[in-house]
Design a protein around this ligand. Structure first.
Ligand SMILES: Nc1ncnc2c1ncn2[C@@H]1O[C@H](COP(=O)(O)OP(=O)(O)OP(=O)(O)O)[C@@H](O)[C@H]1O
Length: 283
């Protein structure tokens, strides 16, 4: 199990001349196809560092990172590059991650040409399908647009479409929807979840907000991080209804405090915070 990506006893220490920060402290975590793990914790708890380790942007200080059961340490450069291409990162800020001078069509065409060798009608067909998959229809309307001509939600849909161009097996979404308005966030969240289910993608979904994790991670698991450690990792519904760790309870309270509690909840003490409808099963 956990064949796609596996972090075994991973630690990351950032060292400078003046101080040493243990960002990640002996974390073990894995992802199989179609599996979603939501990583939740307050700012500075080490979530992004884990995301960066999984995507290969940061090397761990200790522990073993495995792709497809093979240790990254024992891979050739070429194998490592291929393994990392199968892990795509969706950034928080769609403004920063899109080239302002490139149309939507060109943004998607570039990786399709480079990595898949596509051209001509096959290239056009893939661009059209990707735009439809992320809900940007009619696709012909969006292809010639520049990022500044799109809304925040549309931009993030383009970023998601671009991450799918290389046919990844794993997505790392690091606060990917936190810059969007709540109403837009819900629809993008549902679209992303649907795509992941349809394609059996494994997802590491990083968020500070347990209410968002509860929605996206419905039917899967949530891992709670505090000071570099995973203090609780359980089935989403169980963790939210019956948190074991004080810190998880604090996060639940914080989510409620943000006013995201379900208006329809019959058990306000035991049900997570959200004012958005829970996603239908399997979406
Ligand atoms: N490049 C770096 N150099 C030094 N310290 C770092 C570096 N990156 C992160 N840190 C520190 O490591 C700790 C964990 O940071 P990290 O960004 O992983 O947490 P996080 O939970 O994702 O927080 P946030 O939600 O604010 O991004 C923090 O104390 C942070 O200051």
């Amino acid at each position: 199990m956990n064949g796609l990506v596996f972090l075994s006893d991973i630690s990351k220490v950032y060292r400078s001349r003046r101080r040493e920060v243990t960002a990640v402290d002996r974390v073990t975590l894995g992802l199989d196809p179609g599996q979603i793990v939501c990583l939740v914790g307050e700012s500075g708890s080490g979530k992004s560092t884990i995301g960066r380790i999984v995507t290969g942007l940061t090397d761990p200080t200790a522990g073993d990172l495995r792709y497809g059961g093979v240790s990254a340490r024992s891979m050739s450069r070429r194998e490592l590059k291929a393994s990392r291409l199968a892990v795509q990162l969706i950034h928080q800020d769609p403004y920063a991650s899109l080239n302002p001078g490139m149309t939507v069509g060109a943004t998607l065409a570039a990786p399709l040409k480079r990595h898949e060798g596509l051209s001509g009608t096959e290239l056009s067909r893939r661009i059209r399908t990707l735009l439809e998959d992320v809900g940007l229809t009619p696709s012909g309307l969006f292809e010639p647009k520049l990022p500044h001509e799109l809304s925040g939600g549309q931009r993030q849909r383009v970023v998601i479409a671009r991450s799918l161009t290389v046919d990844p097996k794993v997505l790392v979404a690091d606060e990917a929807l936190s810059m969007l308005d709540v109403s837009i966030r819900v629809s993008v969240l549902q679209m992303l979840r649907g795509l992941c289910d349809d394609r059996e993608l494994a997802v590491l979904f990083i968020t500070h907000d347990l209410a968002v994790a509860r929605q996206f991670g419905d039917g899967h698991t949530v891992a709670v991080m505090q000071q570099g450690r995973i203090v609780e990792h359980r089935d989403t519904a169980t963790l939210v209804a019956n948190p074991e760790h004080d810190y998880t309870r604090d996060l639940l309270r914080a989510a409620r405090h943000e006013g995201l509690r379900s208006r329809h909840s019959p058990h306000p003490q035991s049900v997570p915070a959200t004012n958005a409808p829970a996603m239908p099963p399997g979406r």
